[in-house]
Ligand binder design. Structure first.
Ligand code: BGP
Length: 479
């Protein structure tokens, strides 16, 4: 009983949310570098500016300066007993504009040292190739994945990563939370996943999303084949935002709406895992008159590039209700998700549902029969530093304990094949959705606030010691 002995306990980061050093070491500008900060008080969203403009606040430019602190930070992760660290390789450190023919050796040297530092502590590096980090140069020249040329640039980037790091990195993921754009084609998400700029309200937005997503999936499938051709032992997965969906009631319309919502949110996973576009998507394209450029040769690429495992993030479940006007049961997150009265919410309004992680693991197992890897799960919260410097983040411990307990039940009682759990994020970092520093996830506190004040010093929170014990007992002692 219990988790496998080599269970990959650890933490997950995204390079652009921690590294900073946005213009150092030959790095080019990425989409993360042109996003301003939003906030949780006025609910102002992050804005995308046309390049880096004077007088704007770009929180990812410095982030928590992992670029210069990674040795110290990885030593802290090792102190907790991490067996795995997930992070991404910023495309713009390797190809600053995105379409160069030779890589930037300084960027490669940085990641070589980061990977070696992990390995020297016995930590398995787990790498995401594209975590909201599309080169701005590719956005401006090609509108990101709207253009098929970008598939080739992604493959060139992936090839260099597999060649230079594949001797030491076994676990890979292609595109982070690729499905976030599926049911809410708004500018923020289109930019993050596909590097595609659209105007809010553009009537072509959804068709563009499908075209970009298809091109992203082709790029992912090609990367899987490139990686396996170099080394068949590489484990190359996808990365899905898993928000298990519940019908708001047992009314038949709500249940069908829930099923249609699942189809729409997870069809990209169908392609990753099964290698073909499901019929309901082809029908939707036909019904809406979308002209999607997907050749027979590209369909063969999709079939030949299926993933080895499913990596997914879990923060919340959602409840879905049918609206009478919605005669074709077409799902849109902003309109069809309703409050679930049975679950609490975080300070940022994210539903908290520990049982949903077990439900999600079972749902994935039933649908895809592939190994799974929970590569993000955590609580964004306000932390208070006491006068003696300590941080009593019992709420974070409670959140993680409840989720890990349900995750273990899915393995123990339901037989799910689970490779590991990398919590988000072991150190405080810049929030992806709001750009805030004060939305904290870490076991390690970083002295920096939303206004950018603080000396970036690191300190251990109460949860640091708790997680160390969880790993040391392989999840048996969650107390
Ligand atoms: C996921 C992203 C991460 C991360 C996390 C928490 O969507 O993969 O990059 O940021 O969510 O979200 P946030 O930072 O908005 O709190």
């Amino acid at each position: 009983m219990g988790l496998r002995k080599d269970f990959l306990w650890g933490g997950a980061l995204a390079a652009h949310q921690v590294e900073g050093g946005w213009d150092q070491g030959g790095k080019g500008m990425s989409v993360a570098d042109v996003m301003t900060a939003g906030d949780n008080v006025t609910h102002a969203p992050r804005r995308i500016t046309d390049g880096v403009l004077p007088g704007e606040n770009y929180p990812n430019h410095e982030a928590v300066d992992f670029y210069h602190h990674y040795k110290e930070d990885i030593a802290l992760f090792a102190e907790m007993g991490f067996r795995a660290l997930r992070t991404s390789i910023q495309w713009t450190r390797i190809f600053p504009e995105g379409d160069e023919t030779t890589p930037n050796e300084e960027g490669i040297a940085f990641y070589n040292d980061l990977i070696d530092t992990c390995l020297s502590h016995g930590i398995e590096p787990v790498i995401t190739l594209q975590h909201f980090e599309m080169p701005w140069g590719l956005v401006k020249k090609y509108n990101g994945f709207m253009d098929k040329h970008v598939i080739d640039y992604f493959c060139r980037f992936a090839s260099v990563c597999f060649e230079r790091f594949g001797d030491r990195v076994k676990y890979w993921m292609t595109i982070n939370e690729i499905n976030n754009q599926a049911a809410q084609p708004i500018a923020h998400h289109m930019l993050q996943e596909g590097g595609v700029l659209i105007q809010d309200g553009d009537p072509k937005a959804e068709e563009m999303m499908y075209q970009s997503a298809i091109n992203e999936l082709i790029a992912s499938a090609k990367a899987v084949q490139i990686g396996h051709a170099m080394n068949p032992d590489l484990m190359i997965g996808c990365m899905i935002a898993n928000e298990p969906l519940y019908g708001a009631t047992c009314k038949p319309e709500d249940m069908l709406e829930m099923e249609k919502a699942n189809q729409k949110r997870y069809w990209m996973l169908d392609v990753h895992a099964r290698g073909y576009v499901p019929a309901f998507v082809e029908k939707l394209w036909a019904r809406k008159g979308y002209q999607i450029d997907l050749s027979d040769a590209e369909r063969r690429v999709l079939a030949a590039g299926t993933v080895d495992y499913i990596g997914w993030s879990y923060y919340m479940s959602q409840a879905v209700a049918w609206r009478e006007a919605n005669t074709d049961f077409d799902f849109y997150e902003l309109e069809d998700i309703v409050d679930n009265p049975y679950v609490k919410k975080s300070d940022w309004g994210w539903p908290i549902d520990p049982l949903g992680i077990r439900y999600g693991l079972n749902w994935m197992e039933d649908r895809y029969h592939l190994p799974q890897f929970i590569v993000e799960n955590g609580l964004g919260a306000y932390d208070k530093v006491e006068p003696d410097g300590s941080i009593d983040d019992q709420y974070r411990i409670d959140y993680l304990r409840a989720h890990i307990a349900k995750m273990i039940e899915a393995v123990d009682e339901d037989g799910v094949d689970l490779l590991g759990y990398t919590m988000w994020a072991p150190i405080d970092i810049v929030s992806a959705s709001t750009g805030e520093m004060d939305k904290r996830y870490g076991f390690v506190y970083v002295n920096k606030n939303n206004a950018g004040e603080g000396d970036l010093s690191r300190s251990r929170k109460k949860s640091f010691y708790w997680y160390k014990k969880v790993i040391a007992t392989n999840g048996e002692d969650l107390a």
